[in-house]
Write a protein that binds this ligand. Structure first.
Ligand code: AMP
Length: 426
């Protein structure tokens, strides 16, 4: 039985990025590619999926991502389970270890741009396929590197002309101070358990830190006077946090300490931070990051300090567009549109098209057999700066007409001066 015709749609929460959106995306990507190498970061690309275990071991079994958001399928070596990457840190660490990149020199700095996948409930600013840009720096415990990553995040936002953002900073200690804080915290939480949301009741058992940054109002109320991690840091973690703050202060980076900021991924140690914007609505996080000194060893690599951040590109673009109105969208205009008076000039017009493009000029001609008037209209619609007009008379005299589409002024130029004329006047 044949199926009834159906209209296909992109999968839920996995939006298309259409050509008119691309100028903003490219502006963001170009800013990353220009800026991040200034700080010593080099681009890395890893596969879209990894062995499932890599994520459950690094992101953490008791996190929302691993518990319910992963796209998992069989098909690895010996039908091993694979998962579409929900974030990039685990993949970068895997690549660092697999290729022994840590042996090349002490510090290794990477940046990435690419799609991530999480089976979330889609809403404004929250998708199932979304893009992140981010960095990872390996090989140092120096608090200056923590500060450097925050400053690079800030530099990117400034470079994009964004000013409406805030930075929240915290330290969640090392495995040692966190262990004893966890007990203190659970004890203090016990009497308020009944006011927690259903998720937090579950988190209380498996991952009590996550209760601290729950957004549900009753949980926000319940934690007001809970013990704070910043009062339970060991001496080394306290020194580290003080040094990060000092470095940020000395470089006039504005931030707020938020003792309840914990971030959703298990691998963080010591410094954590989040960058938010009030232009985003309820999903207000532009990105976040922190230190994860135990992760490389946890994944069977050497003992090495590590710190990084990830930022959501759709959200950055939303803020860019809100701050700048439609100006980010400009840039779709081309240099020329070739108009032929009759079909006989088409071979010559096609040669001119190739010549103009080889000279680095952008434009097109009509492929649909339109009238001269319709070709002129198409030239205007395409945003071309010049119409290059060619009739049989022009072909025989080896000239073309070049019409400025903005002021309407038309000049006749020799065929071999066409490229030069357009380049000079555009
Ligand atoms: P995370 O990897 O969870 O620390 O997220 C880092 C940043 O990625 C967030 O601050 C968001 O900007 C972005 N992000 C995370 N999840 C999503 C999602 N489902 N849809 C869109 N952006 C996301």
């Amino acid at each position: 039985m044949s199926e009834s015709p159906k209209s296909y749609k992109a999968p839920t929460g996995m939006p298309d990025i259409l050509p008119e959106d691309m100028p903003a995306w490219l502006r963001l990507e170009n800013a990353v590619r220009r800026l991040f190498p200034l700080y010593g970061y080099r681009e890395i690309r890893t596969p879209l999926c990894e062995e499932t275990q890599l994520f459950s071991r690094s992101v953490g079994e008791a996190t929302d991502i691993v518990e319910k958001q992963m796209y998992t399928f069989s098909g690895g070596e010996n039908e091993k389970s694979l998962t579409l990457r929900p974030e990039m840190t685990a993949s970068v660490v895997r690549a660092l270890i697999e290729h022994q990149l840590f042996k090349q020199k002490t510090m290794q700095k990477f940046f990435y741009i690419g799609p991530m996948f999480r089976k979330e409930r889609p809403q404004k600013g929250r998708f199932r396929q979304f893009y992140q840009l981010g960095i990872e720096a390996f090989g140092s415990q120096d608090p200056l590197i923590d500060a450097e990553t925050v400053m690079l995040f800030q530099h990117l936002l400034m470079d994009l002309g964004l000013s409406r953002f805030g930075i929240r900073l915290n330290s969640i200690g090392c495995m040692t101070c966190r262990g004893s804080y966890r007990d203190t915290l659970k004890q203090a939480m016990q009497s308020r358990l009944k006011t927690f949301c259903p998720d937090c009741k579950r988190r209380y058992e498996r991952n009590p830190f996550r209760v601290l940054d729950c957004k549900v109002e009753t949980c926000v109320q319940a934690r007001v006077d809970l013990p704070r991690i910043t009062d339970h840091l060991c001496a080394a973690c306290r020194d580290h946090f003080d040094s990060v703050r000092k470095a940020l202060d000395q470089n006039s980076v504005p931030y707020q300490v938020d003792p309840f900021l914990v971030r959703g991924l298990d691998y963080y140690t010591r410094t954590v931070y989040e960058v938010t914007s009030d232009l985003l609505g309820s999903q207000d996080s532009l990105g976040g990051g922190g230190r994860y000194d135990a992760l490389v060893r946890e994944l069977d690599g050497p003992d090495m300090g590590a710190v990084g951040f990830a930022a959501g590109m759709e959200r950055l673009i939303m803020v860019m567009q809100q701050q700048e109105g439609s100006s980010v969208q400009s840039g779709s205009a081309s240099d020329f549109y070739i108009v032929t008076i009759g079909a006989e000039q088409r071979p010559e017009a096609f040669r001119m098209l190739a010549e103009l493009r080889r000279a680095g000029l952008s434009g097109d001609l009509d492929y649909e057999g339109r009238s001269v008037k319709a070709q002129m209209r198409e030239g205007t619609r395409s945003g071309a700066r010049f119409a290059v007009i060619l009739g049989s008379d022009e072909v025989s005299r080896k000239v073309v007409k070049v019409k400025n589409m903005i002021d309407g002024v038309e000049v006749e130029v020799a065929r071999d001066k066409m490229v030069e004329t357009i380049k000079e006047r555009r």
